[in-house]
Design a protein around this ligand. Structure first.
Ligand SMILES: *Cc1c(COP(=O)(O)O)cnc(C)c1O
Length: 419
């Protein structure tokens, strides 16, 4: 979907200037838009006793971006050692971090315990036996199985590898309590890119019902419920935005009802990634080739290593050519990278203004699961990342990958095992 007017108004007139200074390709993120969305999310839950967003680091793992979130009081949702380190590098400590790992290794747990630890969100009941000490605050990830349908991107909960089954969940808290846990939270993550807010309301209801049952059985209370991420953004032009106000209102009223029944109100946690940064980033590329065979191909100076979503999910990413916004003359083209992979396409049979070599294309909604998902197949290197700050400065926040990075893993001491 076309980027916000505010972002376009600040980016487009400066594009030639930015491109001649930094060179394409680059992802560029909009600090103003990111802050606005963060504040919006916080505002719809202002009636709750306590709300906190734990930004899903995997969506845009750049410390400069994470520092913005930290500044706004957000925590971080991590699932790997690198993500823990990134979060701590911007100052997150202890309960600022939820460690939502799965298939967790000993090394993961050791890292999680460093620097004041973090909130452990356990993905399996057996992990209790693998922890040296049970932390005072413990959270389990719940998988409702066939009780919920899931959505298209994330799939059916009953087929997903995450979380504890319904049958295990009470026993997990019972065991944690027996072993000394004193504070409890619960987590689930059932949606991805979901535009229907009711799904999140149902998830909230599901967790509130569940903690009611667990509390009754075990005589414990819950400090928080974490309803996960998965809020959707409109990628297609004309697609309706998620109604975040209505979502906030309905979720708040579920919490008030819970408080009325149970006499206390837990905190609400979320861990959105896409919703927070997705619409506030674009990938700027330059057209370098034009090829006419059975179709017309516009070749650009980046490949799917910079943005995997079209190639792996067939996802739509809107494209604009800022210098040709008012051109009414369009043609149908595929916009492609240079990998030897025919799904290395940013757009397929898309109507765009007539593109010539040197035109700058703006591939939109790359602020989450964009650069982060990139890879090095075919020797492809990922582009730099820039930030358009609130005071209209363009700041380099990650340099481009270089050949020396690619070859770095080929520098090692010889190691032979004779059999
Ligand atoms: C990926 C992920 C998120 C963020 O998902 P979005 O679709 O970006 O909101 C949150 N929590 C967990 C556990 C995840 O794996």
């Amino acid at each position: 979907m076309p980027i916000s007017k505010n972002f376009a108004n600040r980016l487009y007139p400066a594009l030639e200037n930015i491109a001649s200074h930094f060179q394409t390709p680059f992802h560029i993120y909009d600090e103003v838009g990111i802050r606005k969305t963060c504040e919006k999310l916080q505002s719809v839950f202002s009636d709750l006793k306590s709300f906190r967003e734990y930004y899903a680091v995997k969506a845009l793992p750049n410390p400069r971006i994470l520092a913005i979130m930290h500044d706004l009081g957000f925590g971080f949702d991590c699932s790997s050692i690198a993500e823990l380190r990134l979060s701590r590098s911007v100052g997150a400590r202890g309960e600022d971090i939820m460690f939502t790992s799965n298939n967790t290794s000993g090394a993961d747990f050791r890292e999680a315990a460093k620097e004041g630890g973090c909130v452990l969100n356990l993905d399996d009941i057996n992990l209790l036996d693998k922890l040296k000490t049970i932390p005072e605050l413990i959270c389990f990830r719940y998988n409702p199985g066939s009780k919920r349908t899931g959505n298209d991107i994330i799939g059916k909960p009953a087929e997903s590898k995450y979380g504890l089954s319904h049958e295990q969940i009470i026993d997990a808290y019972r065991q944690a309590k027996l072993r000394g846990a004193k504070r409890f939270g619960i987590h689930t993550m059932l949606a991805s890119n979901e535009l229907n807010y009711s799904y999140m309301v149902q998830t909230t209801q599901m967790l509130l019902d569940l903690i009611t049952d667990i509390s009754a059985e075990l005589d414990i209370t819950f400090e928080f419920i974490n309803i996960g991420g998965g809020l959707g953004i409109p990628y297609l032009p004309g697609e309706k935005e998620l109604d975040i106000e209505a979502m906030g209102k309905e979720i708040c009223s579920l919490f008030k009802h819970f408080e009325h029944q149970l006499g206390y109100e837990p905190a609400l946690y979320m861990e959105s990634g896409r919703y927070i940064t997705g619409p506030h980033g674009v990938l700027a590329v330059t057209a370098i080739n034009r090829k006419e065979i059975y179709r017309t191909y516009v070749g650009v100076d980046a490949s799917m290593s910079a943005l995997m979503r079209p190639g792996i999910y067939g996802a739509y990413h809107h494209i604009e050519i800022p210098a040709k916004l008012s051109d009414s003359d369009t043609e149908t083209v595929d916009v492609v990278g240079s990998l030897c992979e025919n799904n290395d396409k940013f757009a397929i049979q898309r109507d765009l203004p007539k593109i010539v070599d040197g035109d700058i294309l703006i591939i939109q909604d790359t602020g989450a699961h964009g650069s982060a998902m990139g890879f090095n197949y075919n020797g492809s290197l990922r582009p730099q990342e820039l930030l358009l700050t609130t005071d209209n400065t363009v700041e380099l926040i990650r340099r481009e990958e270089r050949l020396e990075d690619y070859f770095a893993t080929l520098e090692f001491e010889q190691d032979l095992l004779t059999l």
